[in-house]
Design a protein. Structure first.
Length: 353
């Protein structure tokens, strides 16, 4: 499949109407008009990133001729389990999901496997259990890129806060471990204050405020997702630290997601970088692999035709690691890590922005 995300993003009004119908709860609605029925569980709809994924999904289904059933598990593994039961009762031929608790999903994966219903996980990888394919970016690279950028901007010394996601998620663990490992190996003069937030913006803001009060000389913030963006900017504004990047009081901020607001904030000098997590390609290739599973296709580790690499992360489990570039104001290279400028037209956040 060589369809681009621009093609999917600009499918007709019928796909947009499907999005409105299917994202509401029961998931009834046909994007493929009689094609194979697949289920997509949206993990949450309270962040711009996941709302963008929701917008892209019906177009991807329409392009592949799939009939779409959807649910929303609202960051709750019990709801995800119940939603999987709903999909089974609806007779779906495959399921795409993004389990936020990557350990607790194992029994549900076992049940779907017993029913011979292939599963593609998006953005996250289950700790145990079998799935047909994981569609994800290299989340350790997210932490590494954020570390390199802040390491350069702080000149290898100072203090930074890392607003972690949830360590029950492989994403939270990967980003946290990689950021810490990179800092220890390359910038030992930088002190990292790691704060668990459970992907909760209010918790992140409160912990950042506490850290800045205790350590007013903090000069960097790594947000593991844009969930913390609004709260972080509000806290900095309250402390008169929301100033331009040339001001000596500036606190350098790196996020992960690449949503339109982040790109605008980089251009405005409010934040400094993000890693663009491909919401468009997540939707496209989650359904691409479900269709491939239904068609009986198999894959092996190696380069793909869409500028990514399939890796084997453990016996029997493959992961398609999609591209997720660092995005900065100047498009420069930071300690060996290249970046794109925030206004680059190839970024999905500029399509939706």
């Amino acid at each position: 499949m060589k369809t681009t995300h621009r093609t999917i993003a600009h499918l007709g009004a019928a796909a947009v109407l499907t999005a409105a119908l299917t994202a509401c709860g029961s998931g009834a609605g046909s994007a493929g008009d009689g094609g194979p029925v697949v289920g997509v569980d949206y993990p949450r709809s309270d962040t711009d990133f996941w709302n963008s994924y929701i917008k892209y999904t019906p177009g991807a289904a329409a392009e592949l001729g799939l009939e779409l059933k959807t649910t929303n598990s609202q960051n709750d593994v019990a709801k995800l389990t119940a939603n999987a039961q709903t999909f089974i009762s609806q007779g779906v031929k495959g399921v795409a999901m993004a389990p936020q608790d990557t350990a607790a999903i194992a029994p549900t994966l076992e049940q779907l496997e017993a029913k011979k219903i292939p599963v593609v996980t998006v953005d996250t990888r289950p700790d145990t259990g079998n799935v047909y394919m994981v569609v994800r970016a290299d989340n350790r690279a997210y932490g590494e890129k954020a570390c390199r950028f802040l390491g350069v901007k702080l000149g290898g010394k100072g203090k930074v806060v890392m607003l972690q996601g949830d360590l029950a998620s492989i994403n939270g663990r990967d980003r946290t471990e990689a950021f810490n490992d990179c800092m220890k190996a390359n910038y030992p003069g930088i002190t990292v204050f790691g704060e668990a937030t459970n992907w909760d913006g209010a918790v992140a803001a409160q912990k950042l405020q506490t850290d800045l009060t205790a350590h007013p000389d903090i000069k960097g913030v790594y947000m593991q997702s844009s969930f913390a963006l609004a709260g972080t900017l509000q806290v900095l504004k309250q402390k008169n630290l929301l100033v331009g990047p040339t001001d000596p009081e500036h606190v350098f901020i790196v996020s992960n997601d690449g949503i339109p607001e982040e790109l605008r904030n980089i251009a405005e000098g409010k934040i400094d970088a993000t890693v663009s997590q491909p919401a468009d390609l997540y939707a496209e290739y989650a359904l691409h692999y479900l269709k491939a599973a239904i068609d009986g296709k198999t894959f092996a580790p190696g380069k793909t035709d869409h500028d990514s690499t399939i890796v084997q992360v453990r016996d029997g489990l493959l992961e398609d690691q999609l591209s997720a570039p660092l995005v900065t104001a100047d498009g420069g290279t930071y300690d060996g890590v290249p970046s794109l400028k925030a206004d680059d037209e190839s970024l999905w956040g500029n399509e939706l922005g």
